[in-house]
Write a protein that binds this ligand. Sequence first.
Ligand code: GMT
Length: 377
Amino acid sequence: MKIAIVCYPTFGGSGVVATELGIELANRGHEIHFITYRQPVRLALLNSNVHYHEVNVPEYPLFHYQPYELALSSKLVDMVKLYKIELLHVHYAIPHAYAGYMAKQMLKDEGIILPMVTTLHGTDITLVGNHPFYKTAVCFSINKSDVVTSVSQSLKDDTHKLFNIKKDIHVIPNFIELNKLRNETSISCHRSVMAKTDERIITHISNFRKVKRIPDVIQIFNKIQQKIPAKLMMVGDGPEKAQAEQLCYDLEIQNKVIFFGNSNEIDKILSYSDLFLLPSETESFGLAALEAMAWSVPVISSNSGGLPEVNFPGQSGFLSNVGDINEMAENALKILSNNETLAAFKVNALEVAKQFDIKNILPLYEDLYKKALQNSL
Ligand code: GMT
């Protein structure tokens, strides 16, 4: 199949999912065309099956806001015609489903039918898409998609609660590539640079937005390090980062917390981590938690949104109510205080992650693509 994928190219769950999906589809023989404003961060190599087409939005003094949707829909039409693309898969409804619908209509005028699959990721529904200024257009473009998927049952339920969606929403969970090379020697080498042998390594990865409850991450860590030797790895960048650094100073734990900023070395950091913290206000899925589990790292998270669909309490970690930092710290200590308990949670975290192996999930997308193509004939 020749498939166009539209996504955000930045560090963030939906872009990561879209990129990994495209790469794996290309490995299975499909021709993939990424169409976005920058080369996606996890898209390293282009080849005859993986193409990247950049959307440019020229500046013009009249424009207060640059019309990205216009440029994206034009680029889609041009690329579909040039490469004879058969199907469009847009990730994150805003504004991708809207631009995709416009492209579909323009192509239809020329007798070309382009089925569109829209994958809902989370904040496009629960935070941004739900805003009264966007809601009408978001609802319209979801309803105009040929196939709609969501990354968890919880997000599907939220979508039906918040919008008047007339389409069936297919739940396809996010996935993980489990066949990554694990080099034990390099893991212990990096670990020794980051922490002393008796220190537990605790990690948080996100885009440091309010929804991630960054102060909770630091407060939980503060409670843990009062009981056992530990270091905190804070990976990512975003609006809450400066305040988080200040909080570490205020709590006098700045020497125990390392801020990495955005990193392309997520796997390396997770490979030597003992515990992952994700106390988010809401999380449609929590891909970062799954990535941690795939590196045998147990997860302490909130129980909001789709997190209970990924983090199984007592096996891969524990769940707590949003904001219950005392319980989260206690659960973290339950896992970390004893070597045998930690070892058991590590084994179980990987076992849970295996259920989300890309090999199980990718055929679900392929089936929907086939159905979308058949229905468009
Ligand atoms: O919140 C983020 O980290 C970014 C956001 C995105 O779309 O880039 O993430 C959402 O999609 C991810 C991939 O499907 C999910 O794993 C995240 O849970 C979801 N974020 C929220 O719902 C807050």
